[in-house]
Structure formats: C-alpha cells, structure tokens
Write a protein that binds this ligand. Structure first.
Ligand code: PGA
Length: 240
C-alpha cells in the first residue's frame, strides 16, 4: 500500500482527483467505483472543476456506487442516489445510463445478483474510491465475524446509524439496513483509493493500516490488495 500524506483536506481531494483525471485521460471508458459520505465531497468538487475547465470528460465513463440504503426511494433527499446526483452526477456529463447504484427497493437477492452481474459485464472496476467509517467499515461492510464476499444486504451497525443521523430528521429515520458491494467485490478493483481526513479518523486508520488484518476492522483487508493508494491528510495520519 502506498500512503500519500497530504497537508489538508483540499490537498487530499486534489491528489485523488488527479489520479482519476489521469485514468480517464488514458481510458475515457474507465469504470469508476464511487463512495458517498463527507470524505469524497472535495474529490467530487475537484472533478467537477476539472470538467468545467474541460480537463476531463465523463461522457464514456461508467460508474458503480458502493452502497445504498434499503427501502428508501431514489428520490428521497437522503438516498445515496440523491447524494450522487447533487454532489457529482448532476454537475458533469456522465450519461445517466452509465451510472449504477444498488437497488434498495427490489427484492434483496435479485438486487444483489443483478449488481454483481452488472459489474462483471462492465469487466470490473478500474478505480474504486473508498472512505473509512469510524468503525473501520468500507462501503457498508460493518465489523463482523468474516469478510462478506459479494454484494449483500447488511444490518447497519448502531454506530453507523448514529454517525449518519446528522443527515436525517432523527436517529429513528435512519434506515436499519442497506445493500453494499462485498469485500470481495471491492478487492477485485484494479486500483483502490482510500481517503481519510480529520483527527476523528486517526485511530481507525492506524488500526486498519497497522493493526491485525481482521473482519473486526473491515478496511484492514486492503493490506492484501496489491494496488492501494491511501490518500490521507495530516490529522488522519497522525497515529501511523
Ligand atoms: P464519512 O463516512 O466520509 O462521512 O466520514 C465514511 C464512511 O462511512 O465510509
């Protein structure tokens, strides 16, 4: 794993964006795996700025998001569909038919199988962007007894629901389950960019990068991937 320590959130976002712009420059039809949450918002803004400067073209690229809540309408303002539309897709020239999100409304088995098949049909993910949860989750792969391999339905950890309650009217309004790419799905990506910023992520980043590889810290599995770029700010890297 290569760790790129940046001075601040802006530099982290800029460096990660530069890797994605480079990928799309050499292959405009690249397949991007995308994340939601606060962490990648700066990266998306950098990519939008690059698009506005005509430094990058998204018209041929294909995207797959990591996860979506279950039983939430795509049009709900808290759905990850809405997040991606507002923070990225609606502000670049990606084709709506080329963006993929897990279907939180379809029967679970069918939605999971369809998502795995769609990723395979696209010949896999070139660059997967990841944040890291306070409990070490990647996507919505929560700490567990083992590493889930494929796209699956997951009960959200209480800690995750509390962390995400800031976007909802109350904790009760946060969905209790979600559909997420599996750890195996993520690990098949050809390059993984792990982003982390802020002092609040320092301890979990230390456990993921320096502690034992264990499903109790799902992000620790990334140390078995041969092409991970951890792009982190000074605060998040303070305990490495
Ligand atoms: P955050 O979430 O970017 O909002 O900190 C990260 C995650 O839960 O993966």
């Amino acid at each position: 794993m290569r760790v790129i320590c940046c001075n601040d959130y802006e530099e982290m976002s800029r460096k990660a964006a530069a890797v994605i712009v480079g990928q799309l420059t050499v292959n405009c039809g690249s397949v991007l795996g995308l994340a939601t949450g606060s962490t990648p918002i700066g990266l998306y803004q950098e990519l939008i700025d690059a698009y506005n400067r005509r430094a990058v073209d998204f018209s041929e690229c294909v995207t797959f998001n990591l996860d979506e809540y279950r039983e939430i309408e795509p049009s709900d303002r808290n759905s990850y569909h809405s997040f991606m539309e507002n923070n990225f897709f609606g502000r670049i020239n990606v084709r709506p038919g080329n963006t993929h999100m897990p279907d939180g409304l379809a029967p679970a088995d069918e939605a999971c199988a369809r998502y795995e098949e769609a990723i395979e049909r696209a010949r896999g993910i070139d660059i997967q962007v990841l944040g890291i949860g306070n409990n070490g989750h990647i996507g919505f792969n929560e700490p567990a007894a083992d590493f889930p391999v494929k796209t699956h339905v997951v009960e959200l950890a209480e800690e995750t629901r509390k962390a995400n309650a800031r976007f909802f009217s109350s904790l009760d309004a946060v969905p209790k389950s979600a559909i997420t790419m599996g750890i195996g799905t993520i690990m098949k990506s050809r390059l993984i960019i792990l982003l982390a910023n802020g002092a609040g992520k320092a301890e979990i980043l230390r456990r993921a990068l320096c502690g034992p590889v264990t499903p109790e810290v799902p992000a620790s599995i990334l140390r078995f991937h041969n092409n991970v770029l951890a792009v982190v700010d000074r605060e998040a890297s303070s305990l490495l």
